[in-house]
Design a protein around this ligand. Structure first.
Ligand SMILES: [Zn+2]
Length: 315
């Protein structure tokens, strides 16, 4: 082929490339050339994405502080945000019970990852009261959460392999932080005598916490907050608290306190003193500007609140 012909082909190719890829920097399909747009449901997932993705990502959490994911319904704005995202990470295992249909619709045209559903089934809990479903509250066992969020690192690496070393480094670093956190929780839990390690809260969010850190847990409402606690539930739990002489029960930031207050009244009517031991962050993190506004701070706050309240009781 003559050099002039080669040159002509070269120019045609260049022109073709210019016209076939008219997007500007913010919408190009090549994710290695711009920040990856991520939407998550809970703040805990957004925090993990931020730690693993670092400068490479922009993340929006749909559910802010105090928001109950079991009851959360996506707004039109949320649907738009998800439609504009490159990746959607959610917890799955029916945590976001009112968003199932939306995820199913988006799955055909978006990368959607339910990080809880990437965990091996034998690591999940399926208590009988959950009626055949797995317990979605996986973030309360820090070692299990670390397994779940490895799906975030894997997805980012797959979609943007150019920056795989950044994701691997960040994941290692955050993983070390979470391993230290897991040991901190174990160490604090060990300060409470085994027969006093009883955690009574508003809803059944703490089963993984109980399994990992050897606490007996009782929730006034079931796995989801969608059903209210009945009078019989309150009376039964009050009886249990008095018989075990449990010094403190706990409210949760994402559940109205009225059911725990009713429980406190039922215990006190049995002439037993019970304190509200503090406010736990269960299904949502604290305000962004507070120390409980990230996953590590939330977990530390919870274990410190629980252990301090149980220790100050009648051990
Ligand atoms: Zn919950």
């Amino acid at each position: 082929m003559k050099p002039s012909k080669l040159l002509a082909i070269f120019f045609i190719l260049i022109l073709f490339c210019v016209f076939c890829n008219p997007q500007d920097g913010s919408t190009t399909k090549d994710l290695s050339q711009r920040k990856i747009k991520v939407v998550t449901t809970t703040g805990m997932i957004a925090d993990a994405v931020q730690n693993i993705g670092g400068e490479r990502i922009e993340v929006i959490a749909l559910m802010g502080p105090g928001v109950d994911p079991h009851l959360y319904k996506a707004s039109e704005g949320d649907v738009n945000r998800m439609s504009n995202a490159d990746i959607i990470f959610y917890n799955g295992l029916h945590l976001e019970g009112k968003m199932t249909e939306i995820f199913e619709r988006l799955r055909n045209r978006k990368t959607t990852v339910a990080i809880g559903e990437t965990i091996q089934k034998q690591d999940l809990l399926a208590p009988p009261e959950f009626e055949g479903n797995y317990d979605p509250h996986i973030w309360f066992d820090v070692s299990l959460w670390l397994k779940a969020i490895s799906a975030i690192a894997a997805t980012l690496t797959e979609m943007d392999s150019t920056h795989r070393l950044i994701y691997a480094d960040n994941f290692n670093q955050y993983g070390n932080e979470l391993t230290d956190l897991h040991h901190y929780v174990l160490e604090r839990a060990s300060q409470v005598l085994q027969d006093k390690r009883v955690l009574v809260t508003a809803h059944d969010a703490f089963n993984y916490f109980g399994r990992a850190y050897a606490f007996e847990v009782r929730g006034l409402q079931g796995i989801s907050t969608a059903t209210e606690a009945g009078t019989a539930d309150i009376q039964n739990l009050a009886e249990f608290i008095v018989s075990r002489r449990i010094p403190a029960i706990f409210v949760e930031s994402s559940v109205p306190p009225r059911s725990i207050e009713a429980l406190q009244a039922a215990v006190e009517s049995r002439k037993f003193d019970i304190r509200i031991g503090g406010n736990l962050f269960s299904d949502a993190m604290g305000d962004a500007e507070t120390s409980q506004g990230n996953y590590v701070g939330m977990v530390r706050h919870n274990i410190d609140t629980i252990v301090d309240a149980l220790l100050s009781g009648n051990q």
